[in-house]
Design a protein around this ligand. Structure first.
Ligand SMILES: [Mg+2]
Length: 494
């Protein structure tokens, strides 16, 4: 036995040469403009393409996050003077995190509702693991009824998913930090509400719209690619529609900038101020028509016509008036809950999620450092699994070391230094990841990824073996993955 484990100790000693463990050929560089499939989608069968506007058709630069933060902080300073010295921290937060409203803690939760230790922050400071366990009654599991709420708003936890979430989380952390580091007693529940009201004011008072409209060039990125996508779809006979919560004047200005004055010619139906997610799940609000000046008309809506602008409405009327049902419709949105969840769960449209974070994360996954860390992590896990029955003292010590190293070998720091990847905790998919798989057929970094594929392309999800299944097929050779486009093959396209 001892001899046995000694051989592994030798291997363990070689851990830092884990590059030797990486099988040849797996280090193909993934192209960040790949479209990934959770579910099979044949574009040939998709006749109608629908879009959300903000962060889907119009991608905004990160300069906008700082503007939102600064303006919201301005509102907040009226109540809490001390936070004026907290400047925006660009890489602090990550999308999909949960916030415990009563405890004032920001954290990452995995697909099984466990808090990832090491990713819990009170204000700007990490909370030690022992304290987290104490705060959650000796476990780091968060009960379903606290986290879930269909749109990410449980009674105790809020999941940050939308446009404003990065500046909002950063401001929350800054405000909590101000009270904590000055030893001022406060109610985290009240603070949460004040911060979320301040962020809300930036929206309600139209600041975001104003900034973007005043400097489209600064805030809207990759508009020409949006034009290219829409142009290509229309020229191949596809029908297009737009359902956005934003007002017409704002969308019109942005679309004129990206697509041109005649952008409305591309779309068969345009719906603004739709009030998603209610648009998708509540049949209460009728459609209204806007005239050329953006004024509301009183006529009854009997059809949704090209060239017209509609406001509000609901999906039930939309389906009745257009007849666009089922999987011939593919809808693109960036918000998993308010854009995609109802469509997937209730209405059977195909859905595509825009996840801009993929671009940065793919870049990390492509590094040699990541490949090595991950390979070593897997090797260690394999060693632990096989050697765990050795109970003698020396073996136990080695196993302990391996366990410790396995926890430290994580790749977290390669991504966001505080919270890691938005898709994975150390050993599991994140809560965000699980929702992404559940609510989207396809996902991609931006709409422009579509330019890399023929419009009769079929996306096949990778068949990863279930836990009880034997891995009978080679990952890189299985159906679909043959067609996973790698940089070299796609160089001619972009
Ligand atoms: Mg959006």
């Amino acid at each position: 036995d001892r001899g046995h484990i000694s051989a592994f100790i030798l291997l363990y000693g070689l851990s830092y040469f884990s590059s030797d463990l990486i099988p040849p050929g797996v280090c193909n560089i993934l192209n960040p403009s790949t479209i990934y499939a959770n579910n099979e989608v044949d574009l040939d069968k998709v006749d109608i393409y629908g879009f959300d506007y903000d962060y889907t058709l119009a991608l905004y630069s990160s300069a906008l996050d700082r503007m939102i933060y600064d303006k919201a902080r301005e509102f907040l300073v009226k109540h809490y003077k001390g936070i004026s010295k907290y400047d925006y921290i660009p890489s602090f937060a990550a999308r999909g995190l949960h916030y415990d409203i009563q405890k004032g803690l920001l954290m990452k939760i995995d697909a099984f509702h466990y808090i990832q230790l090491g990713t819990v922050y009170r204000g700007l400071k990490p909370v030690p693991d022992e304290e987290v366990l104490e705060l959650y009654g000796g476990t780091h599991h968060v009960p379903l009824q606290e986290v879930s709420g269909f749109y990410g708003k449980g009674p105790v936890m809020k999941q940050f998913m939308d446009v404003f979430s990065i500046p909002e989380m950063t401001l929350l952390a800054a405000a909590n930090d101000y009270f904590n580091s000055n030893g001022i007693e406060y109610d985290p529940g009240h603070l949460f509400k004040d911060v979320s009201d301040a962020i809300g004011m930036v929206h309600i008072k139209g600041y975001m719209y104003k900034w973007i409209m005043q400097d489209l060039e600064k805030y809207i990125i990759r508009g020409d690619e949006t034009y290219a996508v829409l142009h290509r779809l229309v020229s191949q006979g596809k029908k297009l529609f737009l359902i956005t919560n934003s007002p017409f004047s704002f969308v019109d200005k942005g679309m004129k900038y990206m697509v041109g004055k005649e952008w409305r010619d591309f779309f068969d139906v345009v719906i603004v101020e739709a009030d998603k997610p209610h648009f998708f799940n509540n049949c209460g609000k009728p459609f209204r028509r806007l005239d050329g000046n953006g004024d509301l008309q009183w006529d009854k809506i009997r059809s949704l016509d090209k060239g017209q602008i509609y406001k509000q409405g609901n999906l039930f009327d939309f389906l009745r008036l257009t007849g666009w049902r089922g999987s011939k419709v593919l809808y693109f949105g960036d918000h998993l809950y308010s854009d995609l969840a109802d469509l997937m769960l209730r209405h059977g449209w195909r859905t595509a999620a825009i996840v801009p974070e993929l671009e940065m994360e793919t870049r990390v996954v492509n590094t040699e450092q990541y490949a090595q860390s991950l390979t070593w992590l897997q090797a260690l896990t394999g060693l632990l699994e096989r050697m765990q029955m050795h109970r003698d003292l020396e073996s136990k010590e080695v196993l302990q070391d391996w366990l410790k190293e396995r926890e430290e070998a994580v790749t977290k720091n390669l991504f966001n230094p505080h919270f890691g990847s938005i898709f994975r905790t150390c050993h599991n998919p994140t809560f965000f990841s699980r929702r992404l798989c559940r609510f989207s057929d396809l996902y991609m970094a931006s709409l422009s990824c579509l330019l890399n594929y023929d419009l009769s392309y079929t996306f096949y999800p990778r068949r990863t073996p279930l836990q009880h299944e034997a891995p009978l097929w080679m990952d890189q050779l299985c159906t679909g993955c043959m067609k996973t486009p790698f940089l070299e093959e796609m160089a001619h396209i972009r």
